[in-house]
Design a protein around this ligand. Structure first.
Ligand code: CDP
Length: 806
């Protein structure tokens, strides 16, 4: 029986299903200091590991002397590459098909590279041991500038690759070259440029930065010699992949490896890859027979684990005089640092950068990416972005503004003229993607109306006149960004990690009393999965979200999944959740039919149970069906109510958005003020509008940081000069602008609930909006492109270079 006293709306509200601004259930423990992070794992007899790191960016190691360190009270062991060679672990495979030193083997290739691992009874003793290890270095010439990496006389960085003219992604042109990746039709594109009435060409750099999550990377490894089992607690965005990789390289059978990712304090791509700390703590645990904890400090995190971006994009657009784009040609020089440890699906050496045609209908395009080695930390992770999509969005969105400037056209008008039209979806892009859905014109027009775009341009024109007359020292910029993302890696036909297809998974078990548990292959790092995954089940199964417990991160209990990064959770795991729920609903329908003594086809699902069509009083609630599943099932049916789904999506999802930033800059000081930032996102069906808003706020704050100051910068000698939070810009509430959010809804046609990802969108769209605002502000003084990050100092320098300081 359903409660006939409740209205339809009340029954729906009780579920707190999709569309509800349900409060985040995980925040009860987080806000009360009751989260369980890796550093909270404390095991009897646990030891602590710490790294000796290289002060040199490029040097030969003549010798390592452990003697003094081993005499430090509390120090039990010092591991070096020679020790790891005994277990064949001195080098490890990277996700990009390269290999990476776990501990420096013969030489070091970047500053702060791991040289030795000291294991001690506590962290202080480990640190004292680190200081006592004596390493004799012979400094070598340093290569910092990627544009010089393929010079004939450039130093040889990777001696292990000497003579190898083929890498994981094809031929190598030089000893510091990693790969060349080309996509598109070169001849057709060249022809479009030859015929073009207007062209632009600009080298647009997206500087090196870092995801810098609140919690650094860490692990606790505990090897049980009796059982031969290894348990690893770690800050892993993809725990199952870690288990498989550990099994492959350690030769411990996979069923004897238990990987647990407990609560994670932010990932943003930083916690996808495998780091030397994981390997060393595992080896140290096997050697000592005791659990070993490794916890990075902030400087180690910023300087040695996974940088992001560092793409230098020579961008050319061909167009007609009227502003119709006819061709796009992009060459990227990708600085990968010392090892190619990019976290991309295996077949994509530059991730999904070939989304660089953006939201525009380019008839032809060509892209070439050259990856090179330099003496910098490895990485190349998708920092709140889907595999180089943010670089692509920045490239095309700056390019479109530069084209508008050359044509003397309004940048919004140029975009509206070139958008893929709604009737063109599914749209085949010139660089190979099939965009599933979109309505770009509606989103752009809504954004323009909300910010009163025409008035802003009038105000800007008046301000420019006032500046010219010397009445103000302030310039005004209006930055537009219209981005298309590609999220949800991915269809197994073109996405895998180390050969494992990129599906995702969910197992749901409903208990007799109508409550249940859902175990999912994704892993939240703050995105609120415990809240939203239960909302999908609530709507699909008619069980209140509060009655569903969501569990992720334990490889012994969760079904195999490829983890959470690149906004893939909703497109892939979210779909698996809906599909598992639908399997249960199909069985529930059979049980309901049996209980109501009708044919299954005579029933319809109605919010929280099944009803006989045309007979509203004949109803079985899901709660009643759950009970029945354990005692009154149809003859021949298995008892219980549970299902597993492994979902391999047919395509990615393509969220999009229109962002507008209004900024004032004082030319005499370079100080900027973000007067207004409006962000319209379309992520298809919205599961939890409050969580989406939170995701957008967080992503915009990171975009603001990147565009306006955040940077991992090296000096000419290869020293990291922004390696601590004294220099690396992490905005607080004081600097962060006010965000206005808005939305349109264009459901994904192939996703079971029509949802697309959203977590990365604000970072992808935000960076070009900020940068376009700065560039727009300066454009009337004669500049075409000013490189990011746009901090006060660089703004002041730009004003000086443009002669605006009088
Ligand atoms: O993979 P990740 O969790 O980082 O990104 P996502 O799939 O974009 O999801 C981020 C959060 O936003 C999750 O809690 C989602 O359930 C939620 N979300 C939503 O409520 N509606 C959407 N259409 C997309 C995401």
């Amino acid at each position: 029986m359903n409660d006939m006293t409740l209205t339809k709306e009340q029954r729906e509200a009780r579920l707190e299903g999709m569309g509800c601004k349900r409060k985040r259930v995980e925040d009860i423990r987080f806000t009360q200091g009751r989260g369980n992070y890796v550093d909270d794992v404390k095991l009897p007899g646990m030891l602590h590991g710490d790294f000796v790191r290289s002060p040199h960016p490029h040097a030969r190691i003549r010798s390592i002397n452990k003697d003094a360190a081993l005499k430090v009270p509390g120090v039990l062991a010092v591991l070096t590459a020679d020790d790891l060679k005994g277990v064949n672990l001195a080098w490890m495979p990277t996700l990009a098909g390269d290999v990476q030193m776990v501990l420096a083997d013969g030489k070091v290739l970047f500053q702060n590279q791991e040289v030795a691992f000291v294991v001690a009874t506590d962290r202080y003793a480990a640190d004292d041991g680190v200081n006592a290890v004596e390493v004799d270095y012979e400094p070598l010439p340093v290569l910092v500038d990627p544009f010089k990496s393929m010079d004939a006389d450039a130093p040889v960085l990777r001696e292990d690759l000497e003579g190898k003219m083929t890498g994981a992604h094809g031929p190598r042109k030089h000893h510091n070259h990693i790969f060349e990746w080309t996509v598109g039709d070169r001849d057709l594109t060249d022809a479009a440029f030859r015929k073009a009435e207007v062209t632009i060409k600009e080298m647009i750099s997206y500087h090196r930065t870092h995801p810098s999550p609140l919690e650094t990377c860490q692990s606790v490894c505990s090897f049980d010699k009796i059982k031969g089992e290894l348990t690893i607690w770690g800050t892993f965005q993809a725990p199952h992949v870690i288990r498989t990789v550990v099994a492959l390289i350690s030769k411990i059978p996979e069923h004897k490896i238990h990987v647990i990712a407990p609560d994670i304090g932010g990932g943003f791509g930083n916690k996808v890859g495998a780091y030397p700390g994981y390997i060393c703590s595992a080896v140290a645990s096997i050697v000592t027979g005791r659990p070993v904890k490794w916890v990075e400090d902030r400087i180690e995190n910023l300087t040695s684990t996974s940088f992001a971006r560092d793409y230098h994009m020579t961008t050319e657009i061909a167009a007609t005089k009227e502003g119709k784009v006819t061709g796009l040609r992009v060459h990227v020089l990708a600085d990968h640092g010392a090892f190619d440890a990019c976290a991309d699906p295996s077949k994509w050496p530059a991730g999904f950068f070939n989304i660089v045609t953006g939201s525009y209908d380019f008839p032809t395009a060509h892209l070439a990416v050259d990856g090179v080695y330099t003496n910098k930390a490895p990485g190349g992770v998708a920092y709140r972005c889907s595999f180089r999509v943010t670089e692509a969005a920045y490239c095309i969105e700056r390019g479109m503004d530069i084209l508008a400037q050359k044509l003397g056209m309004d940048p919004a008008e140029l975009r509206l003229k070139n958008f893929v039209r709604p009737e063109q979806f599914p749209y085949q892009s010139a660089l190979g993607w099939e965009y599933d859905s979109g309505d770009y014109h509606t989103a752009m027009r809504k954004a323009m109306e909300t910010v009163q775009y025409e008035d802003l341009r009038k105000e800007q024109a008046a301000k420019r006149e006032a500046f010219r007359r010397g009445e103000t020292r302030e310039i005004m910029g209006v930055g537009i960004s219209f981005f298309t993302e590609i999220v949800g890696a991915g269809p197994s036909k073109n996405c895998d990690i180390l050969g494992i297809a990129m599906f995702d998974s969910c197992e749901i078990r409903l208990h007799p009393t109508g409550a249940g548990i859902a175990r999912v292959g994704s892993k939240s790092q703050g995105q609120g999965h415990e809240t939203t995954w239960a909302q999908i089940i609530a709507t699909e199964l008619g069980i209140p979200a509060d009655d569903i417990m969501v569990e992720e991160g334990n490889t012994d209990t969760a079904p195999y999944g490829l983890g959470t990064y690149g906004s893939r959770s909703t497109p892939v795991a979210g779909a698996a959740i809906a599909m598992a729920a639908r399997k249960i609903r199909a069985k529930a329908q059979m049980i309901a039919a049996y209980l109501l003594e009708v044919h299954e086809g005579d029933l319809e699902f109605d919010i929280d149970g099944f009803r006989v069509k045309g007979l509203p009083e004949r109803f079985k609630s899901m709660k009643e069906i759950c009970w029945a599943a354990y005692n009154s099932i149809p003859p021949g049916m298995e008892p219980g109510l549970e299902a597993v789904s492994y979902y391999d999506p047919p395509n990615m999802t393509y969220p999009f958005g229109a962002y507008i930033c209004v900024m004032d800059i004082d030319v005499d000081t370079g100080v900027y003020k973000v007067r207004r930032f409006y962000a319209l996102d379309d992520c298809g069906t919205r599961i939890n509008p409050m969580i989406i808003e939170g995701q957008v706020h967080g992503g915009l704050t990171e975009a603001f940081a990147i565009a306006m100051g955040q940077e991992i910068r090296y000096d000419d000698n290869g020293n990291v000069v922004t390696g601590s939070l004294m220099d690396f810009f992490l905005p607080t509430a004081v600097e962060t602008p006010h965000w206005e959010t808005d939305f349109t809804v264009t459901p994904s046609p192939h996703h079971p609930i029509g949802a697309k990802g959203v977590g990365e969108s604000p970072n992808v769209g935000g960076v070009p909006a900020f940068s376009n605002a700065v560039n727009d502000a300066f454009s009337f003084l004669g500049s075409t492109h000013i490189q990011m990050p746009h901090d006060f100092w660089r703004n002041w320098q730009a004003a000086k270079t443009l002669g605006a300081l009088g």
